[in-house]
Design a binder for this molecule. Structure first.
Ligand code: GLP
Length: 259
């Protein structure tokens, strides 16, 4: 795990965009996209680079992490809609190259299995962008999710319902069920980019990075992955015990190493 503490959310976004840009420039690739507020600045940065003509996504495919059960893709709060509004419709992904789970599927288990098969058929995810919930969830893998889980239905915790109520009105208006890539699925991506900004995420970041690997903090499973970049601002880093070591290490990193 490489922990990179940057002064501002803008620095986090630019660094994440640099990593994604490098991957996209190498040729056809598969990106794993997260929704939520955290990656918005990164998506804006990538959109700006596309607009000035320096970057194209026409040879990239994308897979979303998760989706609410019971929301049609056209619903403004479905993750299908939000990723289109926040990113993919503003750049040049080819038709049919952005994939998401169908939260309206009659057979949700079949939908989950099909999604796994589609990711595998694409050759697997090259870079997976991840946010983190205040309860340590990634995707919608809530605490006590199996660390080896695959794409499946989950029930949201009270904490996540409250966190996401800002998009729906009240916690009761938030769909209680979701489909999400599992922790085992996410771990198969070749490079994981965990992004976090702001003091509200500080405790979850500390548990994920410095706590034990435990289902209680699903993001802690990333400690088992061979290539994880944790990009966080000062506020999100504020509960880390070993901040100085991370900052010193990143400061001394040989330029040729990249992220
Ligand atoms: C949401 C999403 C996650 C996201 C997390 C944090 O519920 N399912 O993919 O990373 O919670 O959200 P935010 O970035 O808005 O804080």
């Amino acid at each position: 795990m490489e922990i990179i503490i940057l002064p501002t959310p803008g620095d986090v976004a630019r660094t994440a965009a640099d990593v994604i840009e490098q991957q996209v420039r190498r040729g056809p690739c598969v990106l794993g996209l997260a929704t939520g507020s955290t990656p918005l600045v990164t998506y804006k940065e990538l959109t700006d680079r596309y607009r000035v003509g320096s970057l194209s996504f026409r040879h990239a495919q994308a897979f979303l992490l998760d989706e609410y059960v019971g929301l049609p893709a056209a619903h403004p709060q479905s993750y299908h809609s939000t990723i289109r509004d926040d990113f993919t419709d503003s750049v040049d992904f080819g038709a049919g190259s952005v994939h998401g789970l169908n939260g309206m599927a009659e057979d949700l288990e079949g939908e989950a299995a099909q999604y796994e098969a589609l990711i595998a058929a694409s050759g697997g995810v090259d870079i997976q962008i991840l946010g983190i919930g205040t309860d340590g969830h990634v995707g919608f893998n809530e605490p006590m999710s199996s660390l080896g889980s695959r794409t499946r239905i989950k029930t949201l915790t009270r904490q996540t319902l409250e966190d996401n109520a800002r998009f729906f009105g009240t916690p009761e208006d938030v769909p209680h069920h979701v489909l999400t890539q599992g922790l085992g699925t996410i771990r198969e991506a070749r490079h994981l980019l965990l992004l976090a900004m702001g003091g509200a995420k500080a405790e979850a970041v500390a548990a994920a990075v410095e706590g034990p690997v435990a289902a209680l903090c699903p993001a802690s499973v990333l400690q088992l992955h061979p290539h994880v970049s944790v990009l966080i601002d000062e506020a999100a880093a504020s509960r880390l015990a070993h901040r100085e070591y991370y900052t010193d290490t990143f400061g001394r990193k040989p330029a040729w190493q990249g992220l």
